[in-house]
Design a protein. Structure first.
Lengths: 403, 731
């Protein structure tokens, strides 16, 4: 079978997803073309170089609507014969873009793809595209719909994680991210965001809070307690779905949950012939991909079954994996992954994660694949696995192998 | 003759009078709808008529609602396709209401049309409000006793005559929700401030007529261009939050077991996104869906039709009126005080007896506190309080009982004490007075042995707290005569509660079913099932409280007392179980329940539940592998319904309607199911019998299939088919 290789991976720095965030003035199109153009420039992708651009994006309304992928390709320096496909698998959209591209290449549908994604959470707020699962009674009631923060707290309750464990993980994420920046470990991937005059707007992740410690996190109130226990009382639904639980333990807050940020990322994927044609050296092989659905109420345990499936499909064991990226959507998601596979926390999210640097929904899946690859090269490790939990009860994973 | 009649006055205003023949309050029937339709056609087509007023020919009320039998008729008429029959029937009602609302206006320009007002002399409920809502302006008389609302949800359906769609479009989903989802009813002033009706006036007919003649604007907001739903539609940012919250709250508050609440919310959500006429069609589809759900038929049957039948004396012996004028209540404890309260509130004179004046006064003070609360909530006046308290004579003097016509004895649950009281009191009361005992556990036939007039001796079993619980269980001893039964029934009617009449056997009917329910829960706790799983399992079935919480409320020592008494009575036949071990151990540990501020739960100093007591698992270790919630639920349901079937087999119950209504009102048995017999009919006797065999094999003989149920399973019978009203009595 044809192999699919990663030739390059880039990302924008992540800006605070707020009105005073540095990237708030930048459009979704511009943040997309920033990384698309970087790939073109770094790899000399002249002409009809890739089959398609598969672009992950969650909130596809307003400037992110109307097939942003195609709009961005047209606005970029890429050839207009390259079409553009917007996709949405919530938080794993960027990973799904990479996985689809890899499988297209493996299946022989074209030599190369650009895959990635973007989310301008400060400009197009999360949830502003509506969602029947939350609001249509026929679905919401039968599914026992609860918001993600409640799901994260259900995981903590069901699997016995306390506030201290979640806060420790958050502190560690901040420490590792700070150290990674200090040692310039992201240098290979980061593409500064510039204006139309070439002036730099942002060249560094700005959401991080170095120096975060247990004491500073200890002062934060649980973020989902009120909507869980009082209005509109989501905890009741959790207890209806999981009647063996006595009460939901609310441990998550802004400091141990992923940050709301703006960001984008792009990965160049192609077969062997593509590399030869463009004179590029493959950095890693996309060995396997997986996606899976699960109970939508606990919702965010997806990394566990997605990893079980990808290991089974590729005939591997957890011990075959050297490094992990498990998206830090909420602390309990990572804690559950480590518990389920009994993996050493020191090989999980080595350079921090979404708690420290933020989680631009449509882009994160592509970001962590790039981060994983950079770290595999830095530590000279063979195999890495990236995985994310996904809204509405899904999970996705990718295994990379260096070549 | 017709229920609707048209007359045209000198100014050209058509007066459409609704006057249901043979009823004290208007009720909508299919024929009435057709008659109204014809009249509306006349009003709209006759150039001499300028507009119309729809009002009621009944003094003090507009209409009580729909004749619910109409819905059954629509369903049955359609033969093989009952859903089609219902949908078509409901849509034909909508056409009439929509014709009133559009009133001949041009569909594009909204020009033309004739104003149609509605005048409510008083109460307007259900379709009796949905019809006014289709009119252009609603005028109500200033009648503070009138009730205006859409109470359909209380009997397991929802407003399906356009009320759901119109209320949401008029007020917004948030503001309409108490009226739609909780069936809230209000007086005309409150209905006006909520925006349901338009005017409250001293002379609503005159005002309505002046309005009709004023060439008013009649187009409804939702028929105009640019209409926006108040509070936002589901995909408007504000509306989004409302709808997300509504699904969660309705699901949580109902524990997901009421199909009508879900269906109504779907009708609101889906209807909010489309034009009015499409929304009405959606409402009709969900309404049909609810009517096709066996739960709604069962709820209507038990909570509306049969409850009313029992209250009206369906099983009352044919003896002259036995209304109570003066009642003697023996014992001024919690039960006696409550009985005195409800009796005085119903206008009876009450003699409240206790052994000390202080105790008797304390019993009377209960009524005082109750009325004070009512005054502070503006539900009663100081005058009413004085009048009521004047009716209660709290005394130690048995001679005060010399002219009572009913005794209700509520003294200590001890046969000796009760016998002594019976003898003493019977010597004083008139010879034709009826003597009733409020015992909850002692057989009536036994207590009657102390009486010299056994045919006048009966059980009237109240539930606690008396003023809140709607059910009263009347128990006939072996020698109780028909006049005693009639007396008890007339008394229950006077205090506006719902009676069931049962025969005398251990624990009568309600406690006979409740005790095994609690026991099964306690037994599972002893087996190591997590207590929260037990309580949640019950709540997910629609029980108001789970067995573990219930046993803490009723207290562990009462459980121990009942267990010991049952053991003594049954001897070797008593099926000992881990439930007894748990109960006796809890009593030894002093964990008696809420009253001891320690039981299966921990409590704070004020007696508020804190969480399940962790120490229980040290004695009865938690199972590593917890059972599936469905398995727990089957044990909890079957523990009760099999007792109900055995009560029917034993003749304790003579009428399954009483078994169903009594279970829902008495201990909150899964109201959505219509009661234990309705539930068995929904699941089917064959499935139930099979489940019994399975449970018997796993958990023991208490789940053995009663012969009656087995026979019905074999014959493919249903309880309402075999024992319901109209069915030939079983041989």
């Amino acid at each position: 079978m044809t192999e699919a290789y990663i030739y390059d991976a880039v990302r924008s720095p992540r800006g605070k997803g707020r009105k005073d965030g540095s990237l708030h003035e930048v459009t979704s199109v511009r943040l997309s073309t920033t990384v698309m153009n970087a790939l073109k420039e770094r790899n000399n992708l002249e002409g009809h170089a890739v089959e398609d651009v598969i672009w992950g994006n969650v909130t596809q309304v307003k400037e992110q609507g109307g097939c942003l992928a195609r709009t961005a390709v047209l606005a970029s320096d890429l050839d207009e014969r390259i079409p553009g496909l917007s996709i949405n698998r919530f938080c794993a959209s960027g990973m799904e873009a990479v996985n689809i591209a890899a499988n297209q290449v493996k299946g022989g549908a074209g030599n190369a793809y650009i895959a990635g994604g973007v989310e301008m959470m400060g400009r197009v707020p999360m949830g502003s595209d509506g969602a029947a699962i939350a609001v249509d009674p026929s679905v919401a009631m039968d599914m026992y719909f609860v918001p993600q923060g409640i799901s994260a707290d259900i995981i903590a309750t069901e699997y016995g994680f306390n506030r201290d464990q979640a806060d420790e993980l958050a502190v560690e994420s901040q420490l590792r991210a700070a150290q990674a920046w200090e040692e310039n470990r992201f240098a290979k991937s980061i593409v500064p965001v510039k204006d139309q005059n070439g002036l730099t707007i942002l060249d560094r992740d700005e959401y991080m809070r170095p120096g975060t410690d247990m004491q500073s996190l200890g002062g934060l109130k649980p973020a989902f307690k009120e909507q869980g226990e009082v209005m509109p009382g989501f905890d009741k639904l959790a207890l209806m779905k999981y009647p063996h639980l006595e009460a939901i333990n609310h441990i998550h807050h802004a400091g141990n949950s992923s940050g709301i940020v703006d960001g984008s990322a792009a990965v160049l994927i192609g077969n062997k012939e593509f590399g030869e044609e463009y004179g590029l050296t493959p950095r890693a092989r996309i060995k396997a991909t997986s996606k899976i659905g699960l109970d939508p109420t606990i919702m965010l345990t997806g990394p566990v079954p997605a990893t079980q499936k990808i290991l089974a499909d590729s005939g591997m064991a957890i011990s075959d994996i050297d490094l992990f990226e498990v998206n830090e959507a909420f602390a309990s998601v990572v804690l559950r992954f480590q518990q389920a596979f009994d993996v050493d926390p020191s090989v999980v999210n080595v350079n921090g994660g979404s708690i420290a640097m933020g989680h631009p929904l449509g882009a994160t899946g592509a970001i962590i694949i790039g981060t994983l690859l950079d770290e595999m090269e830095r530590q000279d490790k063979e195999t890495g696995l990236a995985t994310l939990c996904i809204a509405s009860g899904m999970g996705a994973a990718t295994i990379l192998e260096r070549v | 003759m017709s229920d609707f009649n048209l007359s045209v006055d000198a100014d050209g205003v058509g007066i459409i009078t609704w006057d249901t023949i043979g009823k004290s309050m208007n009720v909508m029937s299919e024929q009435a709808f057709q008659d109204l339709n014809a009249i509306i056609d006349t009003v709209l087509s006759d150039d001499a008529i300028k507009g119309a007023i729809i009002t009621s020919g009944k003094p003090g009320s507009f209409a009580g609602g729909m004749d619910l039998n109409v819905l059954a008729a629509m369903r049955d008429r359609a033969g093989d396709s009952p859903a089609q029959g219902l949908f078509d029937g409901v849509m034909s009602m909508h056409h009439v209401l929509r014709k009133i609302e559009r009133a001949g206006m041009d569909p594009k320009t909204n020009k033309g049309g004739k104003p149609i007002a509605c005048v409510l002399p008083g109460t307007a409920l259900g379709i009796g409000l949905e019809l006014p809502l289709s009119c252009h302006r609603i005028f109500a008389a200033d009648n503070p006793k009138a009730k205006i609302g859409l109470p359909e949800i209380m009997v397991g359906i929802f407003p399906g005559g356009g009320g759901t769609t119109r209320m949401v479009r008029k007020m917004g989903a948030m503001a309409a929700s108490p009226f739609l989802l909780q069936g809230k009813m209000v007086n005309p002033q409150k209905a006006k401030s909520a925006g349901i009706i338009d005017e409250v006036s001293a002379d609503p007919m005159a005002d309505a007529k002046a309005w009709v003649l004023s060439e008013p604007k009649i187009v409804k907001p939702w028929d105009e261009k640019g209409y926006k739903m108040p509070g936002g539609d589901p995909y408007h940012p504000a509306g989004f939050m409302t709808f997300v919250g509504a699904s969660a709250m309705v699901n949580g508050n109902t524990w997901g077991v009421y199909p009508a609440a879900k269906a109504m919310l779907s009708a609101i959500y889906e209807g909010a996104q489309v034009p009015f006429d499409t929304a009405i069609k959606i409402e009709a589809r969900w309404f049909t869906n609810v009517l096709m759900n066996p739960s709604s038929s069962a709820m209507i049957r038990s909570l509306f039709i049969n409850k009313e039948a029992l209250e009206k004396g369906a099983n009352r012996p044919d003896v002259p009126d036995q209304s109570v004028k003066k009642v003697g209540v023996l014992g001024a404890g919690m039960m006696g005080a409550g009985i005195a309260l409800v009796s005085a509130k119903a206008g009876m004179d009450v003699v409240l007896i206790d052994t000390s004046q202080e105790a008797a006064d304390r019993g009377k003070a209960y009524s005082e506190t109750f009325m004070d609360k009512g005054i502070s909530r503006k539900k009663a006046t100081p005058e009413q309080k004085e009048a009521m308290l004047a009716k209660i004579n709290a005394t130690t003097d048995l001679q005060a009982l010399s002219d009572v016509d009913l005794i209700i004895e509520a003294v200590f649950e001890d046969p000796g004490v009760k016998a002594e009281m019976t003898k003493k009191v019977e010597a004083i009361i008139p010879e034709d007075a009826i003597f009733a005992s409020n015992t909850s556990t002692l057989p009536i036939t036994g207590l009657a042995q102390a009486s010299v007039r056994k045919e006048q001796f009966i059980g009237i079993h109240f539930f606690s707290p008396v003023e809140k619980m709607a059910l009263v269980e009347i128990i006939k001893g072996k020698e109780t005569g028909p006049r005693a039964v009639a007396k008890a029934l007339d008394y229950v009617r006077q205090i506006r509660k719902t009676p069931i009449v049962v025969n005398d056997e251990r624990f009568f009917y309600a406690n006979r079913c409740i005790i095994p329910y609690i026991n099964e829960g306690v037994m599972m706790a002893g087996e190591g099932v997590a207590p929260q799983l037990l309580d949640h399992a019950a709540q997910l079935l629609g029980f108001p409280v789970g067995p573990i919480q219930l046993v803490d409320e009723t207290s562990l020592d009462l459980g121990a007392k009942i267990a010991k008494a049952t053991m003594a009575a049954m001897g070797d036949a008593y099926p000992k179980s881990v439930a007894d071990d748990v109960t006796f151990w809890m009593v030894e540990e002093g964990r008696l329940g809420r009253k001891a501020k320690a039981g299966f739960f921990d409590y704070d100093e004020k007696g508020k539940r804190q969480g399940y007591w962790k120490g229980f698992a040290d004695k009865f270790p938690r199972l590593d592998e917890q059972p599936d919630v469905t398995e727990v639920q089957h044990r909890l349901i079957f523990a009760q319904v099999l007792e109900a079937v055995r009560a029917l087999e034993a003749g304790v119950l003579e009428d399954i309607r009483e078994g169903d209504v009594g279970a829902i009102l008495g201990w909150g048995f899964m109201p959505w199911s219509g009661g234990p017999f309705s539930w068995l009919d929904i699941v089917g006797a064959a499935w139930a019998a099979e489940k019994c065999d399975e449970l018997t094999e796993k958990y023991g003989d208490r789940f053995a299939c009663p012969p009656l149920l087995r026979e019905m399973a074999d014959k493919g019978q249903s309880f309402y088919g075999r024992f319901g009203p109209g069915a030939a009595k079983a041989a």
